[in-house]
Design a protein around this ligand. Structure first.
Ligand SMILES: Nc1ncnc2c1ncn2[C@@H]1O[C@H](COP(=O)(O)OP(=O)(O)OP(=O)(O)O)[C@@H](O)[C@H]1O
Ligand SMILES: [Mg+2]
Length: 392
């Protein structure tokens, strides 16, 4: 069918034509943010899940609806190689400046910007921090040079500014698993303190499953501040909505059999649903899209994933990491015992420990339970066997 009208949108953070199966989660977060703005007790959310399940898309939807409600939102993505202060400082400054809609900055925003000026003194330790300053620091405000206490001052001043402006500040941080543990701990402490003062400032975070352990280790009271919300593959009903609604909105249709086949092939993973939807539409000559169309589309979809979604991850691996991942893949989708993987490689667990840790840091694998190892990319085992047919 006409590719110009193809509604599907495979991609990183690309909004889907139908955001299926996430209404309850979105509502829970919207309620928490409204309560926080009103100065009431509420736990904000940390979304965690595998690659391609739709965390980024959810965060941006949540940000948009928070902004529609008049909440001041700051969106950042934590890159692997930059410090949290470096990404946070300029985003916070922009957010503070947006709070004051009038030319003349309010007293509370001015004070928060002074706190930011003090905070930027940490540049000694975080050399990658680059931010324009609007004021000189206020002595004693966020200028001690200690990340934990300065970030707490800064978050508190920002929370007070939000309160003075009858709104809330919400930090939306994606790829939170890449924030160094020490920095994560400082952020949690800062938010905890603001929470104790009932200030309307919070975090909605998203990241890979390793985030859970990192947050727990960073600060044990993270569990009281946040609800950890798993973002998983869609069930058959939601997956059907994700595929069928966009097709029907274009005045076309898909057979039940074809839909069932798409669900089997994709296991309901959102990224894969978009890819299969897109290819099935392009393959089909007319409505309804048939099971035969999906069979042809599957080959194309897989080839497309192999050259993009899977490939970009594979290309980041060193030779020894590839060997480790390939050994895991020989054992199937997982999770696998670390001992079994080492056994597959014919080495001791301890000798591959550093490789395993590096892979966790890179976000390629995670440990669902102590001693277990699993892929963070769905269906990566089959890909590893395709790309490296010969073991090792
Ligand atoms: N609920 C949903 N229904 C249908 N499609 C969805 C849904 N959520 C996400 N998608 C689609 O899945 C793809 C991946 O979404 P997104 O980039 O948000 O995932 P992610 O979890 O952030 O992945 P990564 O961990 O790789 O960053 C996008 O093409 C998006 O349009
Ligand atoms: Mg993402």
């Amino acid at each position: 069918m006409d590719p110009r009208r193809n509604p599907f949108a495979p991609g990183a953070g690309t909004p889907p034509p139908e955001l299926a199966g996430r209404d309850a989660l979105r509502e829970r977060v919207a309620i928490a943010l409204d309560r926080i703005r009103a100065g009431r007790a509420a736990q904000s959310a940390i979304l965690y899940g595998l690659r391609g399940v739709g965390k980024t898309v959810l965060l941006s939807e949540m940000r948009k609806s928070a902004e529609r409600e008049g909440i001041a939102a700051i969106s950042i993505e934590s890159p692997e190689d930059r410090s949290l202060p470096a990404v946070l400082a300029p985003a916070l400054r922009a957010g503070l400046l947006r709070l004051s809609r009038v030319q003349q900055l309010s007293a509370s925003v001015t004070r928060a910007l002074k706190a930011l000026a003090g905070f930027v003194r940490l540049k000694v330790a975080y050399a990658d921090m680059e931010v324009a300053l609007d004021f000189d620091p206020e002595p004693g405000l966020a200028d001690s040079g200690d990340l934990e206490s300065d970030l707490a001052d800064l978050v508190q001043a920002a929370g007070e500014a939000a309160k003075a402006h009858d709104t809330a500040f919400v930090l939306f941080i994606d790829e939170l698993q890449y924030v160094a543990e020490r920095e994560l701990a400082a952020l949690i402490t800062a938010l905890h303190r603001a929470n104790q003062h009932q200030l309307p400032i919070t975090l909605v975070g998203a990241g890979l499953p390793q985030l859970l352990g990192r947050m727990g280790r960073a600060k044990s009271y993270a569990e009281r501040l946040f609800i950890f919300e798993p973002v998983a593959a869609l069930d058959l009903q939601a997956a059907t909505l994700a595929i069928r609604n966009p097709i029907e909105d274009e005045g076309e249709s898909i057979s039940d059999e074809a839909m069932a086949q798409i669900f089997t092939e994709t296991q309901g993973y959102p990224y894969f649903l978009q890819e299969w939807g897109k290819q099935s539409w392009d393959v089909a000559q007319t409505s309804p899209i048939s099971a035969d169309d999906v069979a042809t589309a599957s080959i194309r979809a897989l080839a497309q994933l192999d050259s993009s979604f899977f490939r970009v991850r594979f290309d980041r691996l060193t030779p020894s990491e590839k060997r480790y991942m390939r050994a895991m893949a020989s054992l199937g989708p997982g999770p696998h015992r670390s001992g079994e993987i080492a056994g597959q490689l014919g080495v001791k667990v301890t000798s591959v420990g550093p490789t395993r840790n590096a892979l966790i840091q890179k976000g390629m694998i995670y440990s669902p339970d102590h001693g277990d190892t699993a892929f963070t990319v769905p269906m990566f085992d089959a890909y590893m066997r395709r790309i490296m047919p010969e073991e090792f």
